[in-house]
Design a protein around this ligand. Structure first.
Ligand code: MGD
Ligand code: MGD
Ligand code: MO
Length: 559
């Protein structure tokens, strides 16, 4: 589906998902395709899930199974997360708690121990990277700043210094190690820095580009999928763009606020941005301000409820489609299992009906139905037979053990990276032009007396963001509640199951408390994606996380 907003005078860029990592990766590695096939985890001797909750978020069809397989082989799986996630319970051998948004500091302390105990692979660092010595001086406290020791990091991260030292030693002594970061570590202020530091760690330990290792990029699972035909879309002639988080500001302020245009309408397809974007109250004001809003969806989402026209669309169960994995050398055929419900149409056909009424159907469809397009895509692909693909539902590419950047590591001259030096850029001269430090630096949002708790909003197991929040069976299995540590609860006189009021400068939600030791003190957790339900006083009572979040971006990525 098409996700985002396009205007006649401006378009929207980036995503709520990966903006900081997508920004940093090309600077550091010269590419965003630096992932691994999950099968290569069979060569790992240690796996670190750094802010990644694979048991719930999946990130590829076989990733969890591969990690479980490694664990059954006796491989340790370290999970670094502010809460004891499902991955700790199902996959982990160790839970290392960390305050959200402080991973750069924790990674620096790990590097400090690696340096201090001579566990850095110096030959690897010299052959494959530039600028490591600057980072080394910074971490050791030789460049002005305080040394990034485990004691220093304990203060910042809430992680016990001994645990940091122990993880660093095990990491430095076990080869190969797959460091698998989640996207959570970059969906925060300073997320660009955490993205860069994880790569620096995999270089320091000689794990980048080798079977059983990984590049450490938060886009760790991105590699090409098998070749498949696609519609060639004419390039968008509109040059000016705004980052996605600022769409409500662009609407509310328009040219007056320095944005490229005054937006009059919203056409929303395949997204529920009213509640999935930060700051639901601001988003609602933006929807209320436009003259006209249209939505294609199959449920009456909060976004659809704010639209003038809702065009009912089919679900993936009511149509055939070809599915690209996020990484992984395979393609999936998604088979229709039921006829469309009355009045529901594929997005393709809805746009087709509009194109016909606007007089450009033949340009739009090139005379093809949705099924004819699918057949033409397969004809221009490496999939040998459409009917066979449809019957089996899967096409598997030949090589299932790809390691991103392995060609570079095998032959750094012939396969130089697409960076100014041709190598991994630990220190970035080009990055300095953005006004930010050439080496990674800790940028951490401090709490205040009025707002002393840090909130994490992880992805739910039984929803895809806001999808399926309307299904009671799922709600029973994963209750929407505020996770809070017993110390924090006791300080506030809160008991388990009691209704609490959670407030930020942006808004308020009233929801039951789940008092648990599965979260670090000072941190609370509310799963993202709950549909808000507003009381007359403006407070939400459903635990909708984005009632509390703000549109303050992390820079320079504007994520
Ligand atoms: N079931 C399900 N699966 C999904 C999705 C879904 O909504 N539901 N969404 C899909 C999409 S679009 C995406 S982008 C991915 C999301 O993938 P991620 O962004 O990796 O997922 P999150 O749940 O946000 O975070 C993963 C873990 O990191 C922890 N965490 C939060 N903040 C921090 C931090 O600052 N530091 C550290 N170390 N840990 C932190 C959370 O507690 C959580 O357990 O999942 C995909 N898979
Ligand atoms: N607080 C907080 N907010 C977050 C996140 C977080 O971690 N914390 N995660 C962010 C991330 S990573 C992401 S990717 C975004 C996701 O943001 P969204 O993509 O807006 O989230 P969804 O709830 O998946 O919304 C998808 C909508 O598309 C509809 N849909 C499904 N299939 C079709 C179809 O075939 N056609 C049409 N027309 N509609 C269809 C669904 O019914 C649903 O309403 O949320 C972001 N928001
Ligand atoms: Mo995402």
């Amino acid at each position: 589906s098409v996700n985002g907003l396009v205007g006649s005078e401006m378009c929207i860029r980036d995503s709520y998902s990966t903006a900081a990592a997508s920004f940093a990766s090309p600077f550091v590695l010269g590419t965003s395709l630096a992932g691994i096939d999950a099968g290569t985890l069979q060569f790992s001797n240690l796996i670190i899930l750094w802010g990644a909750n694979i048991s719930d978020t999946r990130m590829g069809c076989e990733t969890e199974a591969r990690i479980r397989e490694a664990r059954a082989r006796g491989v340790d799986v370290i999970v670094i997360d502010p809460r004891r996630s499902a991955s700790v319970a199902r996959l982990g051998t160790q839970w290392i708690p960390v305050r959200p948004g402080t991973d750069t500091a924790l990674m620096m302390a790990v590097l400090y121990v690696l340096l201090d105990e001579k566990l850095v692979n110096t030959a690897f660092v010299q052959e494959y990277s530039v600028g490591f010595d600057e980072l080394e001086r910074h971490v050791l406290g030789l460049a002005g700043a305080e040394a990034r020791t485990p004691r220093w990091a304990e203060e910042v991260c809430g992680t016990p210094a001994e645990a940091i030292a122990q993880v660093a030693r095990q990491y430095g002594r076990t080869h190969p190690t797959a460091l698998i970061p989640g996207l959570s570590i970059q969906r925060t202020i300073g997320g660009e820095e955490a993205s860069r530091m994880a790569v620096a760690l995999q270089v320091a330990t000689g794990n980048l580009g080798i079977p059983g290792g990984s590049s450490g990029s938060p886009l760790w699972n991105k590699l090409p999928h098998p070749r498949m035909g696609e519609i060639s879309v004419p390039s968008n002639p509109v040059r000016s763009s705004v980052p996605v988080y600022s769409w409500p500001d662009a609407i509310l302020e328009g040219k007056r606020g320095g944005y490229p245009s005054d937006i009059k309408a919203i056409y929303n397809v395949g997204g529920n941005y009213l509640i999935q974007g930060s700051d639901i109250h601001k988003n609602t004001r933006a929807f209320d301000q436009v003259e006209f809003a249209v939505c294609h969806d199959y449920v009456l989402t909060p976004t659809a409820q704010h639209c003038d026209i809702v065009l009912p669309t089919t679900t993936f169960l009511e149509r055939d489609d070809i599915i690209f994995p996020d990484g992984g050398n395979y393609l999936l055929f998604s088979n229709q299992v039921v006829p469309p419900l009355p009045e529901a149409k594929n997005d393709y056909d809805i746009f087709g009906e509009l194109a016909a009424r606007l007089g450009f159907l033949s340009d739009y469809s090139e005379g093809k139905s949705a099924e004819e397009w699918l057949k033409s895509f397969v004809a221009n692909s490496e999939v040998p037979d459409y009917e066979e693909f449809r019957r089996t539902g899967i096409h598997v590419g030949a090589d299932q053990l790809r390691v991103g950047l392995s060609d570079f590591v095998a032959d750094p001259q012939s396969y130089a990276l697409n960076t100014p030096s041709g190598r991994v850029e630990i220190s970035l001269a080009a990055y300095a032009e953005t006004g930010f430090s050439p080496i990674p630096e800790c940028r951490i949002l401090e709490t205040t007396d009025r707002y002393p708790l840090r909130l994490v909003t992880p992805h739910p197991k039984f929803r895809i963001h806001s999808q399926y929040d309307n299904i009671p069976w799922f709600k029973e299995r994963e209750r929407q509640a505020l996770w809070i540590h017993p110390h924090d609860a006791a300080e506030r006189g809160i008991e388990n199951e009691q209704k609490v009021c959670v407030a930020s400068p942006e808004g308020t939600t009233r929801i039951i408390a789940y008092v648990t030791e599965d979260i670090l003190p000072g941190v609370v957790c509310l799963l993202e994606g709950a549909w808000p339900s507003f009381e007359p006083d403006g407070a939400d009572t459903a635990g909708a996380a984005n009632v509390l979040t703000s549109t303050v971006p992390t820079l320079p990525s504007h994520g």
